[in-house]
Write a protein that binds this ligand. Structure first.
Ligand code: F3S
Length: 63
């Protein structure tokens, strides 16, 4: 089972995802979040899912 995430245009740059799961999410110079391009490693899946669930604007999508 592959698992990747994308951050959509709704991101307001709150930074919660990058704090919750820095292995997958980081903040760009534009002040929004970006997800790593690669498949999420097994050990990071819990925190990545938590980040997605807790984004205040629902900007993180599982793909
Ligand atoms: Fe943006 Fe949501 Fe992360 S607002 S910075 S994608 S928690």
């Amino acid at each position: 089972l592959k698992m990747k995430y994308v951050v959509n245009e709704n991101c307001i740059g709150c930074g919660l995802c990058a704090s919750t799961c820095p292995e997958v999410f980081s903040m760009t110079d534009a002040g929004v979040a970006a997800a790593i391009a690669e498949e999420v490693a097994e050990e990071n899946r819990g925190s990545a899912a938590e980040a997605r669930e807790n984004c205040p604007v629902g900007a993180i999508e599982e793909v």
